[in-house]
Design a protein around this ligand. Structure first.
Ligand code: HDD
Length: 696
C-alpha cells in the first residue's frame, strides 16, 4: 500500500502482522522437516504419543473455532478513515469531531443478523453497520444498523425476539430466513415490532451492496460539550452512491449463485480502488426540546422525521483497506456500545441500557476472557494504562510491583488523569423502582403508517409482496391472521392486500386509521442516482461479434467506473467479425444475470445466432429484464431469440416506448447508445417496467 495512506492503526498492526517466510517450525520454534508422516513404531506401526509435532498440529486444529456471534454472525469488514467537514466543539468534546484536520482510523463491520457464519449474504434481514473509531481519546464504537428503528423497546425482550427469528429450535430450520412461524407469531403478539417489521418487509432488507445502504445509530445519544452542555443526537450514515436494493426474487437466486455477494462486492470495490464512502449526518435536538415530539426520544422504535429535524452532514467515512486475515480481524473485532469517548454519552433508552451490558458480556464468552482488547484489531491507538491484571491470554508484560490505586511504591502510577477525561453527563434522575413501560412508548402504529405512506408505489408493491411471501410461509393460520389484524392498524388497504395473498379473511377496521402523514425522505425513490461506479455490466458475446460494438459500450462505461465483463458460451477468446480476437472474462455457465446490474448484446450476426441457440444466454437477458435491469440490444443484438421477445410484446398497448422500459435498442454502439445505457444503469433499476408475465 501507498505509504502516505498508512494511519496510526495501520502502523500499530505491523507489530502483529506475520508473513510466512519458512522454514517450517513448531509453535515453539523447533524446525520441522516432515509434516506428512506421524512418528510411528515401524512404518506400519502405531503412532507414538511422543510425536509432539503431530499432537500440537492436531490439537491446535481442534481448537480453531470460537463461538460465532449470537446475532450478526455473518459479516464482512474493512479499514478506512473518518474526517469531519467542520469542527463541532460547540456541541461535543469528542476530539475526532473537532475539525477537518483530524483524520481518525476506523474499522467497519457489516453483517446480517439472523444467519450463522456461513449463511448467504442476500437474505431478507436487517444489516449491521458497526463502526469502530480509533480516536486519540480512545475507541468509540457506533454499533448501528441499516434501518433507523428496532424491533423492541426494552433490551429485556431481545432474547425473546432473537429466539423467535432464529431457526426453530427443534429442527434448526430455516437458516437465515425470517419467513417462518415463530418470528411472525412473536410479531403478531408484540405490536411494538410493527414499525420495524415494515422496514424489514421493505427493500431496505435486501441491499444491493454494503456500499449502497444507509446506516443509523438508531438510539438517541447525547453530545456533551466541554462546558457539560448536552444535546440529543441521532446518527445517520448516507452512502454517496445512493441507497439501492435488490429485487427479492433476485436476492433469493443470488443466495445460490454467489452466497458471498455482498462480501465480495465490498472486497472487490476496495481492491479496485473504488472506495466506498458514506457521509455522517446528525439530527440535533436541544435538551429543552426533549418532550417536544409526539413520540418519546428514548423509544428506539421511532425515528425523528427528517422534515422535522434536518440531518446535518458533518463528515465523511471512506473504506480503503481490506483486512489481512478474516479471523484475526473481522471475526475477532469486538464492538461494544459502551465504548464511548469524551463528548458522547448515552440516554436512558432502555434498549441502549441493556446493550451497554450485553456487548461486553458476550465478548467474554466469544473471545475467551477479559483480555480481548489486547487482540490487535481491538487495541486502541490511544495509550492504555491501568491496574487490571492477569486473566486468560494476558498479552501485556506489566512491570513493577504495584497494580493498585492509590500507591506510593509504584511512584503513584498510573496517576488519575486530569485532562481529556470522560465525564458522564450530569443528569438528574429520580423515580420509583418499577417494572413498567412508560405511557409515552405506547403508540406502535403511527410511525409504521408514516413509513408506509412515504413509499413510492413500486416500494409499496414490494412491501406487500414481501408480507405475502413471509406470511405465506407460515403454516399456522392463526399466526397469519393475527399479523394481518395487526397491519390493519397501519393501513386498511395494506392489511387487505396482504390478507388476499395469504388466504385469510380481510380484516375489520383497526383501532387506528391512516393519518395521511408522510416523510418523503424515507423513500428510496429520493436517494442519489446517476453513478455507474462499481456497477457490474455483462456484454454477451460469441464468435463473430462486432468488435466496435463491444468497445463502443465497454470503453465509456469502464471509463466512468463500471465493471464491464465479456461473457461467452466458453472461456478463452472469441473471434470478432473483422478477424480479430477478444478475451472472454467469464464463461456463461459460471455466472448468472443476478450477479450483474445490466446486460447488453452487442452487434454481430454470427455472434447473435450462436447466443440465440444458447439457453443460458437467452435466460440471462430474460432474467435481467425480469429483475428490472437496463438492457441494451445493439444491431443484430435486437434479434436475440428471447421468448417472449423484448420489449414491445411484453407490454400492454399503453404505447410505452422502449426507453421507458429501460431497453436501449440501437443500430450501433455509438455515443448516444452508450450514454443512454449508462443513464439507465445510473437509475439502478427500471421500476416501472411490468415484469409479472416474464417466465424467467
Ligand atoms: Fe446488537 C451484535 C446492532 C440491539 C446484543 N448488534 C451487534 C452487531 C450490530 C448490532 C451491528 C454486530 C457487531 C459486530 O459486527 O461485531 N444491536 C444492534 C442495533 C441494536 C441492537 C443497531 C438496536 C438498536 N443488540 C441489541 C440488543 C442487545 C444486543 C437490545 C441485547 C440486549 N448485539 C448484541 C450482542 C452482539 C450484538 C449479543 C452479538 C455479538 C456481539 O454483540 O459482539 O451482544
Amino acid at each position: 500500500m501507498n505509504n502516505d495512506r498508512r494511519d496510526a492503526k495501520d502502523r500499530a498492526l505491523d507489530e502483529a502482522r506475520t508473513d510466512s517466510e519458512g522454514p517450517l517450525t513448531t509453535e515453539t520454534g523447533v524446525r520441522v522437516d516432515d509434516t506428512d508422516n506421524s512418528l510411528t513404531a515401524g512404518g506400519r506401526g502405531p503412532t507414538l504419543l511422543e510425536d509432539f509435532h503431530a499432537r500440537e498440529k492436531i490439537t491446535h486444529f481442534d481448537h480453531e473455532r470460537i463461538p460465532e456471534r449470537v446475532v450478526h454472525a455473518r459479516g464482512a469488514a474493512a479499514y478506512g478513515s473518518f474526517r469531519p467537514y467542520e469542527g463541532l466543539s460547540d456541541l461535543t468534546a469528542a476530539h475526532f469531531l473537532s475539525g477537518p484536520d483530524v483524520v481518525t482510523p476506523v474499522f467497519v463491520r457489516f453483517s446480517t443478523v439472523a444467519g450463522s457464519r456461513g449463511s448467504a449474504d442476500t437474505v431478507r434481514d436487517v444489516r449491521g453497520f458497526a463502526v469502530k473509531f480509533y480516536t486519540e481519546q480512545g475507541n468509540y464504537d457506533l454499533v448501528g444498523n441499516n434501518m433507523p428503528v428496532f424491533f423492541i423497546q426494552d433490551g429485556i425482550k431481545f432474547p425473546d425476539f432473537v429466539h423467535a427469528v432464529k431457526p426453530e429450535p427443534h429442527n434448526e430450520i430455516p437458516q437465515a430466513q425470517s419467513a417462518h412461524d415463530t418470528l411472525w407469531d412473536f410479531a403478531g403478539l408484540q405490536p411494538e415490532t410493527t414499525h420495524m417489521m415494515m422496514w424489514l418487509m421493505s427493500d431496505r432488507a435486501v441491499p444491493r451492496s454494503y456500499r449502497t445502504m444507509q446506516g443509523f445509530g438508531v438510539h438517541t445519544f447525547r453530545f456533551v460539550n466541554a462546558q457539560g452542555r448536552g444535546t440529543f443526537v441521532k446518527f445517520h450514515w448516507k452512502p454517496l452512491l445512493g441507497t439501492h436494493s435488490l429485487v427479492w426474487d433476485e436476492a433469493q437466486r443470488i443466495q445460490g449463485k454467489d452466497p458471498d455477494f455482498n462480501r465480495r462486492d465490498l472486497w472487490d470495490s476496495i481492491e479496485r480502488g473504488q472506495f466506498p464512502e458514506w457521509e455522517l449526518g446528525v439530527q440535533l435536538v436541544p435538551e429543552e426540546d426533549e418532550h417536544a415530539f409526539d413520540f418519546d426520544l428514548l423509544d428506539a422504535t421511532k425515528i425523528i422525521p427528517e422534515e422535522e429535524v434536518p440531518v446535518r452532514p458533518v463528515g465523511r467515512l471512506t473504506l480503503n483497506r481490506n483486512p489481512d486475515n478474516f479471523f484475526a480481524e473481522t471475526e475477532q473485532v469486538a464492538f461494544h456500545t459502551a465504548n464511548v469517548v469524551p463528548g458522547i454519552d448515552f440516554t436512558n433508552d432502555p434498549l441502549l441500557q441493556a446493550r451497554n451490558f450485553s456487548y461486553l458480556d458476550t465478548q467474554l464468552l466469544r473471545l475467551g476472557g477479559p483480555n480481548f482488547q489486547h487482540i490487535p484489531v481491538n487495541r486502541p491507538v490511544a495509550p492504555v494504562d491501568h491496574n487490571q491484571r492477569d486473566g486468560f491470554s494476558q498479552h501485556r508484560v506489566h512491570r513493577g510491583r504495584t497494580a493498585y490505586y492509590p500507591n506510593s511504591v509504584g511512584g503513584g502510577c498510573p496517576a488519575l488523569a486530569d485532562e481529556g477525561v470522560y465525564r458522564h453527563y450530569t443528569e438528574k434522575v429520580e423515580g420509583h423502582k418499577v417494572r413498567e413501560r412508560a405511557e409515552s412508548f405506547k403508540d406502535h402504529y403511527s410511525q409504521a403508517t408514516l413509513f408506509y405512506n412515504s413509499l413510492a408505489s413500486w416500494e409499496r408493491e414490494h412491501l406487500v409482496a414481501a408480507f405475502r411471501f413471509e406470511l405465506g410461509k407460515c403454516e399456522d393460520v392463526g399466526v397469519r391472521r393475527r399479523m394481518v389484524a395487526n397491519l390493519v392498524n397501519v393501513d386498511a388497504g395494506l392489511a387487505r392486500a396482504v390478507a388476499e395473498g395469504v388466504g385469510v379473511e380481510p380484516p375489520e377496521e383497526g383501532s387506528a386509521r391512516n393519518h395521511g402523514r408522510s416523510s418523503p425522505a424515507l423513500s428510496q425513490a429520493r436517494t442519489t442516482f446517476g453513478s455507474v461506479v462499481g456497477r457490474q455490466v455483462a456484454l454477451l458475446v460469441a464468435d463473430g461479434v462486432d468488435a466496435a460494438s463491444v468497445e463502443g459500450l465497454r470503453e465509456p462505461l469502464a471509463r466512468d467506473g463500471a465493471v464491464v465483463e465479456l461473457l461467452a458460451p466458453a472461456d478463452g477468446t472469441v473471434r470478432t467479425s473483422d478477424g480479430g480476437e477478444l478475451a472472454v472474462d467469464r464463461a456463461l455457465p459460471t455466472v448468472s444475470s443476478v450477479l450483474y446490474d445490466a446486460v447488453a448484446v452487442p452487434d454481430g450476426a454470427d455472434s447473435v445466432a450462436v447466443l440465440s441457440g444458447d439457453g443460458l444466454a437467452r435466460h440471462f437477458v430474460l432474467e435481467a429484464y425480469k429483475h428490472h435491469k437496463p438492457v441494451a440490444l445493439v444491431g443484430a443484438g435486437a434479434e436475440l431469440g428471447v421468448a417472449p421477445p423484448l420489449p414491445e410484446r411484453a407490454v400492454t398497448p399503453a404505447q410505452r416506448t422502449r426507453e421507458e422500459l429501460g431497453v436501449v435498442v440501437a443500430p450501433e454502439a455509438d455515443g448516444t447508445c452508450a450514454a443512454e445505457f449508462a443513464r439507465l444503469i445510473g437509475l439502478h433499476r427500471v421500476w416501472d417496467r411490468p415484469t409479472g408475465a416474464i417466465p424467467a
